[in-house]
Design a protein around this ligand. Structure first.
Ligand SMILES: [Zn+2]
Length: 99
């Protein structure tokens, strides 16, 4: 439940559809700015879908040039397979992490 600017207790009322739900059922309690909001599992799933649809980013793999750079470094520094995999993972993470 929302009391003033706080979430209290285990029973909640969805800020979108007014359905009652409990912590055990899932959903999400949070704040928009300082305003407490509660989303039942169904509305929370809908909100997540909307956010996902707004996200136009696509996963980016490595270019042939980037793959070659890693292979050249691997030979130059005599990296073992584990190091090569870590380099690939780091490069992919760098290309697919956004602020
Ligand atoms: Zn709801």
């Amino acid at each position: 439940m929302i009391d003033g600017l706080n979430h209290v207790g285990e029973d909640h009322i969805c800020s979108v559809c007014q359905t009652e739900f409990t912590n055990d059922e899932g959903g999400m309690l949070g704040y928009i700015g300082i305003i407490p909001v509660a989303f039942c599992p169904f509305c929370f799933a809908g909100i997540c879908d909307m956010v996902e649809q707004m996200d136009e980013r696509e996963w980016e793999g490595l270019t042939d040039e980037e793959k070659n750079e890693i292979l050249v470094d691997a030979i130059r520094h005599d990296w073992n397979d584990k190091v090569i995999l870590e380099q690939i993972e780091a490069k992919l993470k760098e290309k697919n992490t956004y602020d």
